[in-house]
Design a binder for this molecule. Structure first.
Ligand code: G3H
Ligand code: ZN
Length: 283
């Protein structure tokens, strides 16, 4: 069965590794992610954005994740990514999600705390884990687009207070990464991660994991990151491979002929991330 993130996040923080959240966009993504995790014997999180939920349909999303859990025997969390309201979070939980993120980062702090608290209360009563967010992460993800100029780093004192008052199971803070690939090197504020991680018992979540250099990922984990989100790198691997296959053969018409190789390409990406995050053999 699908499990809450609390099945593996405390261990990740204690043993300094990170569990990957890999976003599910369709069946091939879901299959590639679980296949890589089976190879690496790793727990993982299926992230599903509201946009992806609309695209796949909630019933298919849950059924696919449950099939992956059954097939693999691995601890898998099915997690709403950047949930925008109490209603969406409850809809997901009722449908079978084992974890939800509430992204109240665009609200004033007090309002973010109040709304996040309500979700934590309801979710915890049903054994579902919750991720909250503080500070604004730049870049574009689905319908969420934040200008780099509006991206704001999390303030450590606020992040600590946010955790104390909400009791979230994982804390996403803006520390300099952005959604999507980077134009230059991201400047990650390891000092902020370290300061917050020292004062809250739950792991810090790093959003915008695509395109972050391996060394920066390793250092972030040492500082207290225990969950890392990756989507764009898989999207690029998938689309690049499809382009390559279609470019080589203008007569191909069977989708399996390009979706199969695309799925293989994503297995590679995910397996490499799992090894980098140190979660191999932690299932
Ligand atoms: O919530 C999802 C992630 O933060 C994905 O970011 O597409 O830059 O890997 P990414
Ligand atoms: Zn994100």
């Amino acid at each position: 069965p699908l499990v809450s993130m609390n099945e593996f996040l405390p261990k990740a923080k204690a043993n300094k590794f990170a569990v990957g959240q890999f976003n599910m966009n369709n069946l091939e993504f879901a299959q590639a992610i679980v296949e890589a995790a089976i190879q690496e014997k790793s727990p993982f999180i299926y992230g599903v954005s509201e946009g992806a939920l609309k695209y796949m349909g909630i019933e298919f999303t849950v059924a696919i994740a449950e099939a992956a859990a059954k097939k693999s025997g691995l601890p898998i969390a099915l997690h709403l990514d950047h949930g925008s309201s109490f209603e969406v979070a409850m809809k997901c939980i009722r449908a079978g999600f084992s974890s939800v993120m509430f992204d109240g980062s665009h609200y004033p702090l007090e309002e973010n705390i109040r709304l996040t608290k309500e979700i934590v209360k309801a979710a915890h009563a049903m054994g579902v884990s919750v991720e909250g967010e503080l500070g604004t992460i730049g870049g574009v993800e689905d319908d969420i687009s934040v200008d780099e100029a509006d991206a704001a780093l999390a303030k450590p004192e606020e992040a600590i207070r946010f955790w104390e008052e909400t009791g979230v199971d994982a804390l996403a803070i803006a520390v300099g990464t952005a959604h999507g690939m980077y134009k230059g090197e991201p400047k990650i504020r390891f000092d902020i991660i370290r300061e917050v991680a020292a004062k809250v018992p739950v792991p810090i979540v790093l959003h915008g994991g695509s395109g972050v250099p391996d060394d920066a990922i390793r250092e972030a984990i040492q500082c207290g990151v225990g969950k890392i989100n990756v989507n764009t790198e898989n999207q690029i691997a998938c689309t690049d491979k499809i382009r390559e296959v279609l470019g080589k053969d203008s007569k191909v018409y069977d989708p399996r002929k390009y979706l199969g190789p695309a799925r293989e390409a994503m297995i590679e990406v995910v397996a490499e991330k799992i090894r980098l995050f140190g979660s191999s053999n932690q299932a």
